[in-house]
Design a protein around this ligand. Structure first.
Ligand code: MG
Ligand code: ZN
Length: 374
């Protein structure tokens, strides 16, 4: 009788333990913070270039959950960055050129607006102008990506708490004469147009904005330094300071521009720089355990390949030298190839598989519950 009771008690303890563990796992699958790193114009060959040309091991190799997305826009097989980013930010397929609006030009709620309802802190970083198509799609609504001044005014009125990039002229040298730097300051922002500061100097600020170039930031080869990594690191520190959860979008904008120029050294230097920023996000996520890191791209640019180098023998006969890579391009535009998605942290298994670019938005909301009414 006694033994029976002991066995029963043990069974209850084991069952209760299992349930607690199950609940803990359930909690573990909810991401408190999301860092979405977008490398504009990056297909698998661009990613692969880090494995051949980066001196240290690429941070891409730290992911275990990998997926593929179809990036076509609502009207075109080949997307542009506006429709591509709107798919991530708002979860809708729209036409090329559209920023935060649906195919019928009506405004669609973006991740910044949705997460801010839950008091989530939000940040935007780009190596282009901060008003460029990719970051713009996360905080602005306009039928035309070229409206940089409208986009800048939307940023000033948005819920974004931290931003860093170029584009100063769209804030302080505008056709309408408005000085958005004043408006941003009135809206609790500490604005800096000279350089990134350490976290300790911005810690007590309500919101922080860096506008460090008139238009785009310089290229890596022309002295941008570690801007992208450093801004990503500072943004993480700033957005996590009150522990309420955060959403950060950080973009390597110029990998795309290297592709458009068919300039392999430009492309690869920008990709390696982006991979460094991925490392910063992963270091934080590994340490904290509650942060989902997603790395993907809006589309591929240049039809880039890591082909065996074309050479000629002494007799003038062409051959491919398999011992050397000769980077080549097939277009100066974008391509429609499927794009890889790399995910790490709670909910990252959701990002395995083959799906549409709009599902990135849905999956983020699913694993964070930012869209729920609770
Ligand atoms: Mg972009
Ligand atoms: Zn492009």
């Amino acid at each position: 009788m006694k033994i029976k009771r002991i066995v029963l008690v043990c069974l209850v303890i084991v069952l209760y333990g299992c349930k607690a563990l199950k609940n803990a796992n359930k909690e573990a699958n909810i991401a408190k913070n999301v860092i979405l790193l977008i490398s504009d114009g990056t297909g698998l060959s661009q990613v692969s270039s880090a494995f051949y040309f980066k001196e240290s091991s690429p941070n891409y190799s730290r992911f275990k959950n990998i997926g593929l997305i179809n990036t076509s826009s609502s009207r075109e097989d080949v997307t542009d960055s506006a429709a591509g980013a709107t798919a991530f930010a708002c979860g809708v397929k729209t036409y090329n050129g559209a920023i935060g609006v649906a195919d019928d030009s009506t405004e669609v709620r973006n991740l910044v607006e949705i997460s801010s309802m839950k008091k989530i802190n939000t940040g935007m970083i780009a190596t282009s102008s901060i008003t460029h198509a990719t970051p713009a799609s996360f905080y602005a609504h306009t039928p035309n990506r070229g409206s940089a001044e409208i986009i800048a005014s939307h940023l000033a009125q948005s819920e974004v708490d931290f931003f860093a990039g170029g584009g100063l002229q769209f804030f302080n040298n505008r056709k309408d004469g408005r000085n958005l730097l004043h408006e941003l300051t009135e809206n609790q922002f500490k604005i800096d147009t000279t350089s990134l500061n350490d976290f300790s100097t911005i810690k007590s600020s309500e919101k922080v904005g860096y506008l460090l170039a008139k238009d785009a930031m310089p290229t890596v080869t022309k002295g941008r330094g570690d801007f992208l990594s450093k801004a990503t690191e500072i943004a993480i520190q700033f957005l996590s300071k009150d522990n309420s959860g955060f959403f950060l979008m950080s973009e390597g904008s110029q990998i795309d521009w290297g592709g458009h120029e068919n300039n392999a050294p430009y492309l690869v230097s920008e990709l390696i720089d982006f991979d460094d920023a991925v490392g910063k996000a992963l270091d934080y996520a590994e340490k904290e355990g509650n942060t989902l890191v997603i790395v993907t791209s809006d589309h591929e640019t240049g039809g880039f390949t890591l082909a065996a180098k074309k050479k000629k023998t002494e007799d003038g006969e062409a051959y491919s030298d398999y011992s050397e890579i000769g980077m080549t391009f097939s277009t100066t535009g974008h391509s429609a190839t499927l794009i890889p998605v790399f995910a790490y942290g709670p909910g990252s298994e959701e990002f395995a598989g083959v799906y549409e670019n709009t599902n990135i938005f849905e999956k983020i909301l699913k694993v964070t519950k930012w869209g729920s009414l609770e």
